[in-house]
Design a binder for this molecule. Structure first.
Ligand code: PMP
Ligand code: GLN
Length: 396
C-alpha cells in the first residue's frame, strides 16, 4: 500500500495542463489555458533582469519585499481608495494560487462550511476539502450568470465561515454588479464570514466598467481578503507573483499558512512587480483596451463560423454556447475533437463545476496577438463544419 491523500489522489490532472499538452501534441493553436502571447511590459522585464544580475537573490522577508508591499498598498489607494497599512495588511505570495491556498488553509477550521460560486476556478475546492471545509455551491445561471437571494439562503448555513468570490469571474467572464456584491456582503456580515476575493482579473474589465473590490463595500473592509496576481496584470503568468491584502487579524492566520507553503517568492521578480504596480495609469487602461480589442476580434470570428457567443465583461476568456450548432455530445467531447481534428485548443466549462455541470459551453482565451487569433479562426473556418457534419454522420 502506498501513501496518498484521498482528496488529491482522487483528482484528475487540471484541465489547463491537459489541454496545453494536447495542443502541443496536435500542434493546435492554444486558446485553452489562459496565458498571453503578446504585450509583456519591457520595462518590467528589464527591472527583473537587472535585479537578477545586481539585486538581492537570497531569501527575502517572508511577507514580501517592502517595496512590493508598499506598492500593493499604493495600488489599493490609487485604484480603489483603499487605505492599507503595508506593514500589517499586505503580503506577497507565489502567485494567486499560493495566496488562495494560504487563505483557505489558514482560515478554514475542519467542520466549517465554505460558500463558492460555480462555475469556479479549479484549485478552490480541493484546498477547501483538504482544509476540512464543506463546500456549499451557488450555481450561477445563464444567460448572465445570475443568482438570487434564495440561492444564497440555500447555500449559507450556521457553519458558514468563509466565502470565495472570484470577480471578474473565470470562466464566465462575468463582472459582479454593485447590487450583487451588496447582497453577498449582506450574507457575509449576517453569518460573520470572511470573503476570500480572487481579483486576479481586476484590471481586465471592459466597455467602461469598473472593478469594485468587495472590500470597499460598507462593513466589508475587515472581513475581506483581496488577492491579486502580477501574472494577469503584467501578462507574465509564469512569474507567479501574487499579493494579498487584508485586515491584520485576518492576514495573520493566512501568513501562518504561507510560511510553510512557500515562505517566500523570488525577490528579483517582486522588485519588478513593485515597479510595475506603480506604472502610469495609462499602462492599465491600455492593457484593458488591448484585451477588449482581442475579445472583439475573436468574438466576431466565432460568430462568423456559427457559434453563439456569450457576453464577456471581463477576464481574458470568452464563452460560446454549442447548442445552436446542434452539438449534443457534450463540451468535453467537443474540445477533444476540436483540438485533434481542427487544431484549436479550448476548455470545456464542465471542468469548472463540482455539481450538476453545464455541458454545452466552451471557453476560448483571447489574450493573444492578432496572428494567433487569426490562425485559430482560419482553422475553425476550414475545419469546424467538417467536424460537425462527421459527428452528425456518426450519430445517424
Ligand atoms: N484565480 C483565477 C480565477 C485564475 O484564473 C488564475 C489563473 N492563473 C489564478 C487564480 C492563479 O493565478 P496565479 O497564476 O497568479 O497563481
Ligand atoms: N488561470 C488559467 C486559466 O484559467 C490557467 C492557470 C493554470 O494553468 N493553472 O486558463
Amino acid at each position: 500500500m502506498t501513501a496518498a491523500n484521498s482528496t488529491f489522489s482522487a483528482l484528475g490532472t487540471t484541465i489547463f495542463e491537459v489541454m496545453s499538452r494536447l495542443a502541443e501534441e496536435h500542434q493546435a493553436v492554444n486558446l485553452g489555458q489562459g496565458f498571453p502571447d503578446e504585450g509583456y511590459p519591457a520595462d518590467v522585464l528589464e527591472i527583473a533582469a537587472d535585479q537578477t544580475l545586481h539585486g538581492w537573490n537570497q531569501y527575502p522577508s517572508m511577507m514580501g519585499v517592502p517595496e512590493l508591499r508598499q506598492a500593493v498598498a499604493e495600488h489599493g489607494r490609487r485604484f480603489y481608495d483603499l487605505e492599507l497599512d503595508w506593514r500589517t495588511e499586505t503580503m506577497v505570495t507565489s502567485g494567486a494560487t499560493e495566496a488562495l491556498a494560504a487563505c483557505l488553509l489558514g482560515l478554514i477550521e475542519p467542520g466549517d462550511d465554505v460558500v463558492l460560486f460555480q462555475p469556479l476556478y479549479d484549485c478552490y475546492v480541493p484546498i477547501v476539502r483538504r482544509g476540512g471545509g464543506t463546500p456549499r455551491f451557488v450555481t450561477l445561471r445563464l444567460p448572465d450568470w445570475s443568482f438570487t437571494r434564495a440561492d444564497l439562503e440555500a447555500a449559507f448555513t450556521a457553519r458558514t465561515r468563509v466565502v470565495v468570490l472570484n470577480d471578474p469571474l473565470n470562466p464566465s467572464a462575468k463582472v459582479f454588479s454593485r447590487e450583487e456584491l451588496e447582497l453577498i456582503a449582506e450574507f457575509a456580515i449576517a453569518h460573520d464570514a470572511i470573503v476570500v476575493c480572487d481579483e486576479v482579473y481586476e484590471h481586465l474589465v471592459y466597455d467602461g466598467r469598473r472593478h469594485i473590490p468587495l472590500m470597499t463595500l460598507p462593513g466589508m473592509r475587515e472581513r475581506c481578503v483581496k488577492v491579486g496576481s502580477a501574472g494577469k496584470t503584467f501578462s507574465l503568468t509564469g512569474w507567479k507573483v501574487g499579493y494579498v491584502s487584508a485586515a491584520p487579524s485576518v492576514l495573520q492566520p493566512i501568513a501562518k499558512a504561507h510560511q510553510f507553503l512557500t515562505f517566500t517568492t523570488p525577490p528579483n521578480l517582486q522588485q519588478a512587480v513593485a515597479y510595475g504596480l506603480r506604472k502610469d495609469a495609462s499602462y492599465f487602461t491600455e492593457l484593458a483596451a488591448f484585451m477588449a480589442r482581442q475579445r472583439d476580434k475573436l468574438a466576431t470570428g466565432l460568430r462568423q463560423v456559427g457559434f453563439e457567443v456569450l457576453d464577456c465583461a471581463g477576464t481574458y476568456f470568452i464563452d460560446v454556447d454549442l447548442a445552436p450548432l446542434g452539438w449534443t455530445a457534450g463540451d468535453e467531447a467537443f474540445c477533444q475533437r476540436l483540438v485533434r481534428e481542427v487544431g484549436v485548443a479550448t476548455v470545456p466549462l464542465s471542468a469548472f463545476y463540482e455539481e450538476d455541470p453545464l455541458t454545452t459551453v466552451v471557453r476560448f482565451c483571447f489574450c493573444k496577438r492578432d496572428e494567433t487569433i487569426e490562425r485559430a479562426l482560419d482553422r475553425l473556418d476550414r475545419g469546424l463544419a467538417a467536424m460537425l457534419s462527421s459527428s452528425a454522420d456518426r450519430h445517424d
